[in-house]
Design a protein around this ligand. Structure first.
Ligand code: SF4
Length: 599
């Protein structure tokens, strides 16, 4: 669409609400129009409340929410916070003879506005089917009809989940075991060495040439890895994790695995730019501002993070700590004896702290004795009620979970007095293998709970993809714990997913799973301040829709009723662009169409 046809399209969209169209066409000042529009929306809201019979109940709720969003967007406070006035932008496009200096209208912007106005006028049209028949019956007859409807729903979700194979499925197990054999042959090793975690750390795949000998790399992938290596951007994969990939690179079932460890070209370029510019900080979460002493991060009253080691057996591209992790399994990444001692003493001197999350990096790369010494020291502090160990080795290096290690960790547990839990990070069902399951089971059989933190990226965000993961996680003994919105870091823009998709996934996919399986909380991590629970709509507001279709949110920190802390302004990725990308990847956009009505 050229500019002229886009403005014409804008006129058609504005005409969805006739009163709004009339106001925008009046020969009045912007402030007078703002006043009339806000009054119109207030009246519309009153009408919606008074005439609730006019709309079906759920359309009524969509309508109420959409009006609330538009009213908020029109507020001068929102414009000031977001630095953008949707009203002025639309008014100029419709009524001004010149739009010089104005950002071009995008299809993404038009799509947002169209859905918002359809919502405001009670025309979202997302409820196409008639009310279910069982509602007009009662007793056994109603129950049978309801049961038939529920069976249909269950079959549909099971069918959708069956698209995503897991490492426990026979076919994939066979493939992954062939891959393992090929890697063993390449290195000339036996099962004995393969099952030794130290062999894997000694043989981490650090170069595109080695990786290319074991799995097919596209020229783009090989080029990006080579450029990353040349510029000292961390890259590395354990031989075990490599064995989970599709050696043929058919771009089907292993895309989530490759995306985690193969840095895309735009990521590499952005990282190089950061490195060349001293002014740029990669510390997106402002961890430096929440670290009262080396090795410690504190964002909550009772919990602290202890980071004894800042390296991992492989590097996740979207890692929040990529500003601290200098290389894969690198020397000199440990905190150092003196600093570690000071950090532990700091915890010891603060009896109000009762939970310590030991993370990094990956603390299970420490030698058994080092880990035991940290755990024993923490266990001596009477005020520590819980120790969480954050590790991805269950996914990247399950060989690390030896009987000795599990015993060291389990010994610290004392029912009624101190709990130990393991928090891990599975991203996709393809990572759930017999080896990973055995590692999880070792902890479970020793009475240690294992929880999962999922980072919701573009690569695991398709319909029912995360639901399939939750199902499998529970079956191997892992409890879904958090689902994180991918951080809004520039270098990992291509991994981001609109917040609306997280909300949609929770309501329309996770919700179909039993309560024992959908145990995770969807969260947005507010830099410096900590987690914001997305399930609670009162924790955020949409304050703008930008010309490129991105929504701007104002997040309210968790402690908003306890302390006067600032809100946080966040610009999301555009829903339209996200859907277009899914479409290019073969998804049916129709399956996602309700996404526009999640705010
Ligand atoms: S395992 Fe965690 S700390 Fe290590 S690279 Fe991945 S996200 Fe970062």
């Amino acid at each position: 669409m050229n500019k002229h046809s886009k403005v014409n399209r804008l006129r058609q969209i504005i005409a969805i609400d006739k009163d709004l169209e009339t106001i925008l066409n009046l020969p009045k000042s912007l402030e007078e129009k703002r006043f009339l529009l806000r009054r119109h929306l207030s009246e519309l809201l009153i009408t919606v409340f008074d005439e609730s019979q006019r709309l079906p109940p759920l359309e009524w709720i969509v309508c109420r929410d959409a009006i609330w969003v538009l009213r908020n967007i029109l507020a001068p406070r929102s414009e000031e916070l977001s630095g953008f006035s949707l009203l002025s932008y639309v008014d100029t496009l419709l009524n001004s003879t010149t739009s010089a200096g104005l950002q071009p209208v995008s299809s993404a912007f038009l799509a947002e506005l169209e859905h918002l106005l359809k919502g405001c006028t009670g025309n979202s049209g997302i409820y196409k089917e008639k009310p279910p028949a069982f509602l007009s019956h009662s007793g056994r007859r109603a129950a049978k009809m309801r049961s038939t409807d529920l069976s249909r729903m269950a079959r549909n979700s099971a069918h959708a989940m069956s698209r995503y194979c897991s490492g426990l499925d026979n076919d994939l197990q066979r493939q992954q075991s062939l891959n393992k054999q090929a890697i063993q042959n390449h290195f000339g090793i036996t099962d004995l060495e393969w099952n030794d975690w130290r062999w894997h750390t000694r043989n981490i795949i650090r170069h595109p040439e080695t990786m290319g000998q074991l799995v097919n790399l596209s020229p783009g992938e090989a080029g990006a890895i080579a450029k990353a290596k040349k510029n000292h951007i961390p890259f590395g994969i354990t031989p075990y994790y490599l064995s989970l990939m599709d050696p043929e690179n058919n771009k089907t079932w292993d895309r989530a695995l490759r995306a985690q460890v193969i840095p895309p070209a735009d990521y590499v370029d952005q990282m190089i730019e950061y490195r060349q510019n001293d002014e740029c900080s990669m510390d997106f979460m402002f961890e430096n501002d929440t670290s009262p002493i080396d090795g410690i991060t504190r964002r909550y009253p009772n919990i602290v993070i202890l980071k004894p080691l800042l390296t991992c057996p492989q590097i996740c591209v979207y890692c929040q700590r990529n500003w601290q992790i200098e290389d894969v399994y690198s020397e000199g990444a440990a905190l150092g004896k003196k600093k570690l001692d000071r950090a532990l003493r700091w915890i010891e001197e603060r009896p109000e702290i009762n939970e310590v999350l030991i993370t990094g990096g990956d603390p299970l790369l420490l030698a058994d004795e080092q880990l035991e010494s940290i755990l024993t020291r923490l266990a001596r502090m009477n005020h520590i009620l819980r120790i969480r160990i954050g590790t991805r080795t269950l996914v990247t290096l399950p060989q690390r979970i030896t009987e000795t290690l599990v015993q060291i960790i389990a010994r610290i547990q004392e029912p009624g007095r101190r709990e130990i839990v393991v928090v891990t990070h599975f991203e996709h069902p393809t990572e759930i293998t017999p080896e990973a399951m055995r590692a999880v089971q070792k902890f479970r059989l020793s009475g240690i709970g294992v929880y999962n933190q999922l980072v919701f990226t573009y690569y695991n965000s398709r319909r029912f993809e995360a639901a399939a993961l939750r199902q499998k996680l529970r079956l191997i003994g892992v409890t879904p714990y958090y689902t994180f919105n991918t951080k809004g870091k520039k270098e990992t823009d291509s991994y981001r997913v609109p917040i609306a998709r997280l909300l949609q996934e929770q309501q329309e996919e996770a919700r179909l799973l039993p309560g024992t399986v959908r145990t995770d909380e969807i969260v947005f991590n507010v830099p410096r301040l900590g987690k914001n629970y997305l399930r609670a709509a009162q924790n955020r507001d949409i304050i703008a829709i930008l010309p490129d279709g991105r929504r701007v949110y104002e997040f309210h920190p968790w402690e908003k009723k306890l302390a006067l802390v600032d809100t946080y302004i966040y610009t999301d990725v555009s829903i339209y662009d996200y859907l277009q990308r899914l479409k290019a990847d073969g998804e049916k956009i129709k399956d996602y169409e309700t996404i526009w009505y999640y705010y």
